[in-house]
Design a protein. Structure first.
Length: 332
């Protein structure tokens, strides 16, 4: 998602932020810190446009089986590596480490899914963990389901859209020159997304034209890759990411008493590669794995383990019970 440019004050340390104080569980339908009626058009217009364009997938002229394959692979590669593995477990919770070049590749793939810039994404998710289902939670469904799913992005929120919050919750992210560049230049993330979309279309155009010798066939094939492999895939990844915030705080079972409403939701886990085991995650957020029972399959953790096996991932944080067992076996 294209983000606004940071204010010039972002270049200097912000004024101190008052320490967070406990707040009660949200019990009203008024969203916390929302500027009443003030829409964020920089979010609303791109979101609405992409949803309208995604409807083109229903038109036969834009269909191709290659486009369907591009959709499925795009969800796995861009969606899985970029968002739950890159933004969530790597950047937000530091559950493992990878070389800086690979970390930045994960961030770039997340931007190719229309995600927010890394500092904002990390800031807001860390805020969610600190204030889960309380007044300062950016997207608790205890306001409304729509608010937690997408509404929180569409209205101006004084606590989430300010430089002081970014520095408080994501200072480590802003210390990276590439991530700071993305914050200071409002069009950079959008240009990355548009460039990857153009690449999908041009590859399809070239292959289709070469295979048939007809320019129109090339255009049709290129548009099928664009609609299915980019636009529909982006909208789908948005919704499965948002579902963790909404569905996984409303429906499912709880294995742990965590002080908020997080739940383990098998459907969300299925569509996100494991992120739906959300109560497990809130119980042990630093762990690289959310699989606490054999049938709570966590595909994202398996990818991290594969990276570790290849020597690309290090310092992988094991679940709490394994960490306790390791400490008990350690020599005294």
């Amino acid at each position: 998602m294209i983000t606004e440019e940071l204010a010039p004050t972002m270049l200097a340390p912000p004024r101190p932020v008052a320490p967070a104080t406990p707040s009660p569980l949200v019990s009203s339908t008024r969203a916390p810190n929302r500027d009443k009626g003030k829409l964020r058009w920089d979010y609303l217009l791109p979101l609405a446009t992409m949803h309208v364009l995604a409807l083109l997938a229903a038109a036969p002229w834009f269909f191709s089986w290659t486009g369907v394959v591009a959709f499925a692979l795009g969800v796995s590669v861009f969606g899985q590596l970029g968002v739950p593995i890159g933004y969530h477990r790597l950047l937000t919770h530091r559950s493992f480490r990878v070389p800086k070049w690979l970390e930045r590749c994960f961030v770039t793939t997340a931007l190719c899914c229309g995600q927010n810039t890394p500092a904002r994404w990390v800031c807001w998710h860390r805020m969610h963990h600190q204030h889960a289902d309380r007044r300062d939670d950016p997207h608790t469904p205890l306001v409304t389901f729509f608010w937690s799913h997408v509404g929180w992005l569409l209205f101006d929120n004084r606590s989430t859209h300010n430089a002081a919050s970014y520095y408080k919750y994501a200072r480590d992210i802003l210390d990276d020159p590439y991530y700071m560049y993305l914050e200071k230049h409002r069009l950079a993330a959008g240009l990355i997304y548009l460039a990857h979309a153009a690449l999908f279309f041009l590859c399809g155009l070239g292959v289709g034209w070469a295979a048939t010798g007809e320019a129109l066939a090339g255009v049709q094939f290129g548009l099928s890759l664009l609609v299915w492999g980019v636009i529909l895939r982006t909208v789908y990844v948005w919704h499965i990411t948002w579902a963790v915030n909404s569905l996984s705080h409303l429906f499912g079972y709880r294995s742990y008493e965590t002080g908020e409403e997080s739940r383990n939701n098998w459907f969300v886990a299925f569509i996100t590669g494991g992120e739906g085991w959300h109560n497990n995650h809130h119980h042990d957020p630093v762990s690289a794995s959310v699989q606490h029972r054999w049938w709570e399959i966590d595909l994202n953790y398996y990818v991290i383990k594969l990276l570790e096996w290849c020597g690309l991932a290090t310092h992988v944080v094991r679940p709490a019970h394994q960490r306790r067992a390791d400490r008990s076996r350690a020599p005294r």
